[in-house]
Design a protein around this ligand. Sequence first.
Ligand code: PAF
Length: 280
Amino acid sequence: MEVITKIDEMRTRVLSVKDRKRSIGFVPTMGALHNGHLSLMRRAREENDELVVSIYLNPTQFDKNDDFENYPRQLDKDIEIIRNENADAVFTPCTEEMYPDGFCTHVTQDKLTDALCGRVRPGHFNGVTTIVTKLFNIIEPDRAYFGQKDYQQCAVIKRLVTDMNMDVDIQVCPTVREEDGLAFSSRNKRLNPEERQNALCIYGSLLKAGDMFASDIRETKEIIEEMISIIKKTKHTKIDYISIVNANTLEDLSSINGKALVAVAIWIGNTRLIDNIILE
Ligand code: PAF
């Protein structure tokens, strides 16, 4: 496996892979890899000739400096994990490489970024669309893999690729959960044992929404109220948002009569976690 830190070297490798008519499966990450990332890498490994993984903790998508500072970092361990998944290359550029002096072009998107996390994390999705555009331009993947846990990110990136005529197929893979239901997330590494236990209220509230939907309750207000009460019963939690939206447009729904996304962002102590389920 090649460990590449320079854009020029990555491009040279990509050119030679393309010359040999080999397909590229790409898994972009910010490191602190977990089982969710492993599932993306395994899918990409299966479906493509080459597997390329990037590790780049992108500063421009963090709306809070302390979130960026405290984001878990474990580069050497991550490279070993990726090597074990039989990847062909890992791209780990530094920030001078990705945002050199004079950098002043950004990719922005309306509408889908106005909802959910976009509403509470100003600038976050502009950081994502900009870095993903750059990574796609450098790596030229045939397919790129993202997790459903970041549902809004997946929707935004699918729209980006459509609107900008990018020739890459976006694959959304199911959320991977721990045995007790907590979705894998790099930020879980920041939870202390009590917070880890408290975090179970997140999936608990989503399961409740699923149960209510299964018993034919369609009014979102009623479902959200139940979810709020589950979170509020759990110590040291704060609700960032609990929303039920149209799964395509991400617009708020008053009642569910098509494919709906139940999405939550909850603070567990000082750690903000997101999760979601689809109801249809
Ligand atoms: O999902 C992530 O880890 C990041 O948002 C991504 C897609 C790697 C862009 O920095």
